[in-house]
Design a protein around this ligand. Structure first.
Ligand code: NDP
Ligand code: GDR
Length: 329
């Protein structure tokens, strides 16, 4: 008998949570999201979905809240997207980052082991685990050399996922995703920081954009494409880990150039270097090889770099224009 598909997404209020929830609803899932208590609501990204999803209070730091949620919802799949995901904050709050990003995954795996080991588990692993590794492009066999407390925490979460799969026969998979962006990306991350600033500068609301390392290279893809890979990884006969990437890398400077250009501006008139945005240890370059995902999952990205930049700039230009017209807060 096939069970009806019921997903629990941790981190549903984040960028990927919003795209994944939408995708799973399209696939006919009953979608549940775990949200942590806050003094203000942070549901902007999932606002259009609120009447079709069910939200529940819980926190990756609180073991029993996870156990209770699994008992109540009885999900068939858990997507663990929740994390302290911002690299600079992991340097200023390394212990919190370890608690949430590393031990949080263990707590959810423990909850699955105790409540129902048939529940499938997806762990949001990251290219930040590769960090300073000299081999390029990186694939599933590349060793890890994380460069931040965030990267180290993700390595722990990655290996605990592998360990629970091997120890308890749980369908637990880890998607090693390279940077993926969208108009829903948080404004602290460099791509959205740039496109938001471009829009504000264009509309006369900002004079300068201050950035750190313009030479850093990343393999940037579109979040909407990447959540499809998460879903596919959870539908296989046996659980395996996959690198998800576009295979193309660009510098932050190239992103800046294209973004300002899209708005008809010359970036050199507006961008200033600010050492405050440099990191104690940097990941200079990352580029992934997603051949295994292509072969086994039939996954490949649809949106290329230029299209991604255009999509993000256009969305921010539109948003800031509406804000100026008083149509948005
Ligand atoms: P975001 O930072 O946008 O979202 C993080 C989510 O985690 C938010 O919903 C946040 O809730 C939630 N969260 C944070 N702490 C807790 C906690 N203690 N308990 C419960 N929920 C918590 O991340 P993304 O959507 O960009 O990324 C999703 C996942 O994928 C993360 O794990 C990230 O590390 C990983 N990843 C992301 C990549 C990317 O390029 N985007 C690449 C590779 C991996 P709140 O809204 O309350 O803050
Ligand atoms: P990253 O993303 O650290 O790769 O982690 P981020 O966009 O923060 O930085 C990318 C690169 O840009 C450089 N940079 C700046 N970064 C920020 N945030 N602000 C700046 O002003 C700035 N100037 C230059 C950075 O030094 C870096 O080299 C993201 C997160 O989503 C993680 O959770 C995820 O795991 C990885 O991507 C894959």
């Amino acid at each position: 008998m096939t069970r009806s598909k019921r997903a629990l997404i941790t981190g549903i209020t984040g960028q990927d949570g919003a795209y994944l929830a939408e995708l799973l609803l399209e696939k006919g899932y009953e979608v549940h999201g775990m949200v942590r208590r806050s003094s203000s609501e942070r549901f902007e990204r999932i606002e259009p979905l609120l009447d079709r999803i069910q939200l529940h209070e819980g926190d990756l730091i609180d073991q029993l809240s996870l156990v209770r949620l699994l008992e109540k919802i009885k999900p068939t799949e858990v997507y663990n997207l929740a994390a302290q995901s911002f690299v600079p904050t992991s340097f200023s709050q390394p212990l919190l980052t370890g608690e949430v990003t590393a031990l949080g995954a263990t707590r959810m795996l423990e909850a699955i082991r105790v409540v129902d080991s048939q529940i499938r588990f997806y762990q949001a692993s990251s290219s930040e685990m590769f960090g300073k590794v000299p081999t390029e492009p990186q694939d599933e066999s590349t060793p890890f050399w994380p460069r931040s407390p965030y990267g180290v925490a993700k390595v722990y979460a990655h290996w605990i996922t592998v360990n629970y799969r091997e120890s308890y026969d749980i369908y637990a998979v880890s998607g090693i995703l390279f940077n993926h962006e969208s108009p829903l990306r948080g404004t602290a991350f460099v791509t959205r920081k740039i496109t938001d600033a471009v829009a504000r500068i264009k509309h006369g609301l900002l004079d300068k954009l201050r950035l750190g390392n313009l030479d850093a290279e990343r393999d940037w893809g579109f979040a909407g494409d990447f959540v499809e890979a998460m879903y596919l990884m959870m539908q296989q006969d046996s659980p395996r880990d996959y690198v998800i990437a576009t295979g193309q890398k660009h510098t932050v400077r190239q992103f800046v150039e294209l973004a300002f250009d899209r708005a008809g501006l010359d970036w050199e008139d507006y961008v200033e270097l600010d050492p405050a945005f440099l990191r104690p240890a940097e990941v200079n370059t990352l580029c992934g090889d997603a051949s295994k995902a292509k072969q086994e999952l039939g996954w490949k990205p649809k949106v290329n770099f230029q299209q991604l930049v255009n999509m993000m700039v256009d969305a921010d230009l539109h948003r800031v224009e509406r804000m100026k017209d008083g149509l948005l807060p």
